[in-house]
Design a protein around this ligand. Structure first.
Ligand code: AHG
Ligand code: MN
Ligand code: MN
Length: 335
């Protein structure tokens, strides 16, 4: 039987053979994976662990926090603050950046995360996940400020997510393709189960929240309308639809079998660029999708090229199979 490759071995070999993961980054990724294992345990216990329901608090975006949003945030902070690999962290669930306390050594990386994505699915036992993005602290600046985090997604040095579904799967890129690791609960370790993940360029599956249709912009309406016309319409084929309402699970499906995911700008709140957050949702997912041969835009621009101006900035998101994303983007730019 071929020997199983654990995440630890995978990272050590990446560090040793390819030399493109410095030891601090390897440690960081191991620690994030360990935190995800712990979040997975809490998610798994559900009602038995008393972790379901709301927490009587709101985050900076005015969303009611679930107990598990807060637990996952604390797990990630506690796991990461003492190892010496980080300078600071930022999270969907914290208004401002979290500096590594002075009593611990400071590292050279910045970690951003959505501790629990798909909060509306927690209590109903549907897949949720953790999304993370790693940047390097700019050289030369003493201390860390929010400004140090405001780097375009193209500057990421690692990105990934962990989906807590029927299986717990960690998906990772360090800029050399996408790999998937499945949690072996008996062994307590993530095991490499897929390397060189590729998204097919064409698809017959789209993911969008159709209840917002009346608020969409013309290019989005046109694209979905053409899909809905099926074989008889301009696309000449029938399309299927999926919407899990956990970006992490929708993106996991796209990395597994292709498709296109959209959370576009709409007219409900015209001053907001979109619903999803650029720095800890769209950027890491866009890099994973590009690393797997797909594409990701806001309708007009590659997401990874957007220069952020705020930590919690929102963005319109279109990502997945390359030919579909190119088509939707061309519908936007044609106007
Ligand atoms: P979060 O739970 O981290 O706030 O993110 C939820 C996001 C994303 O995961 C999902 O695609 C989308 O919100 C679902 O939004 P709707 O409920 O509007 O469909
Ligand atoms: Mn989210
Ligand atoms: Mn979240």
């Amino acid at each position: 039987m071929a020997s199983r490759i654990s995440l630890t071995r995978f990272l050590v070999e990446q560090q040793r053979v390819d030399g493109h993961i410095p030891s601090q980054l390897r440690l960081l990724l191991e620690v994030v994976a360990r935190a995800c294992k712990s979040i997975s345990q809490a998610v798994n216990k559900g009602a038995l662990g008393g972790v379901l329901g709301s927490a009587d608090s709101e985050n900076v975006q005015g969303e009611v926090q679930k107990k598990l949003d807060i637990i996952a945030n604390e797990v990630l902070i506690e796991a990461n603050e003492w190892g010496g690999h980080l300078a600071a962290m930022a999270s969907e669930e914290m208004d401002s950046i979290y500096l590594v306390p002075n009593r611990y050594p400071q590292g050279e990386y910045l970690l951003l995360f959505d501790p629990l994505d798909g909060s509306s699915n927690i209590d109903v036992n549907v897949s949720i996940g953790t999304i993370f993005s790693v940047l390097k602290k700019p050289e030369g600046s003493p201390g860390v400020t929010e400004q140090d985090f405001l780097q375009a997604g193209a500057q990421q040095v690692a990105a990934g997510y962990c989906v807590y579904g029927p299986q717990t799967t960690l998906v990772l890129t360090v800029g050399d393709g996408v790999s998937m690791f499945t949690l072996d609960r008996e062994q307590g370790s993530f095991v490499l189960t897929q390397e060189n993940v590729r998204i097919p360029a064409d698809t017959k599956e789209f993911a969008i929240n159709m209840s917002n249709m009346r608020h969409w912009d013309e290019p989005v309406k046109r694209y979905i309308d053409e899909c809905l016309q099926g074989k008889e319409g301009p696309r000449g084929k029938d399309f299927n639809m999926r919407w899990i309402a956990s970006m992490v699970a929708d993106v996991h499906r796209i990395l597994t079998r292709g498709g296109v995911f959209m959370y576009p700008w709409d007219k409900r709140e015209p001053n907001k660029p979109g619903k999803l957050r650029l720095m800890y949702e769209a950027n890491p997912m866009s890099w994973l999708v590009e690393q797997a041969g797909g594409a990701a835009t806001n309708g007009r621009q590659r997401i990874l090229d957007i220069q952020p101006s705020q930590l919690h900035e929102r963005v319109s998101v279109i990502l997945g199979s390359k030919n579909e994303v190119d088509r939707i983007t061309s519908y936007h730019t044609a106007l």
